[in-house]
Ligand binder design. Sequence first.
Ligand code: ZN
Length: 353
Amino acid sequence: MKTKSPFNDESRWQAVLDRDQTADGQFVFAVQTTGIYCRPSCRARHALRQNVRFYVDADAAENAGFRACKRCQPDKADPQQQRTHKVAAACRLLEQERTLTLDELAREVGVSAYHFHRMFKSVTGMTPKAWQQAWRARRLRETLASSDSVTDAVLAAGFPASSSYYRKADSSLGMTAKQYRRGGDDLPVRFTLASCSLGRCLVAASSRGICAVLPGDNDETLLRELEQIFPHAQREKADQAFSQLVAEVIAVLDGKHSTVQLPLDIRGTAFQQQVWQALRDIPTGETRSYQQVAQSINKPKAVRAVASACAANKLALLIPCHRVVRQSGALSGYRWGEARKAQLLRRETKQEG
Ligand SMILES: [Zn+2]
């Protein structure tokens, strides 16, 4: 596997030579002899390496006295990023109760209906209609999980396959509860490996959204981890369209954004989902103890179960389980290593302070 870190000049230069679109937004390069700076993927002829300098973003290059290239317009918002934002906005609209037609949706986000359909599919991998249906099913499941006191008991017992809850759920979900519990495990999962400030990182998505974000040191270990999490899924290396989604995730891993706009495919028991939602409510720069999280979901005695739910998180940073520490303030474990947890918390307190 090719290891490519965007964090040294050699790999940045390689990205420029490759006109690597996935590097766009991660840095810009400036040419001293012309005074112009570009996106990594700029189609213009390449300058000599010795005249090229790298900057983290357009602002940094401008401050150093360079002008934006007219061709690749590195000072303008990334067109791919704009597409992602439009699609994310459409996703939010589709997740509401109200049914919208394709025309209405396209109008809301300001593109033609034809264009919108293609754009939506290239970013999410599914049609707007399929998206809406997936969300209806999810809402139904969430209501089932939170409104029924029978459910609580069943969940606490860990979903025994023989319970009457399942027979009830089967008819409402339109699939067997066993299928539901497997959470569509056999759905295809697309993934890619990239570099970020935490080292290497594997990002995976199903047709429902981002389903795994795994930081690590080595690609082989990451691939094994993915296989363990989705043993039944068809695992496919992702194509170019996926790069926007990956760039969004990397921005979070690198601390540039606090969250992604695209939906998450969160699979877990209702209890785990409750814990994970509570974790997403912890603001950047703050931490909570396992006890506090247990209290926040009105299950003050479930401290150990909260700890296990944190350990079962598959979406590093997007579900910020690193913000949960022992009551004493000690870090305690982290699925992706204590050193990484310490690094993240240091970075976040610095950003806030
Ligand atoms: Zn350019």
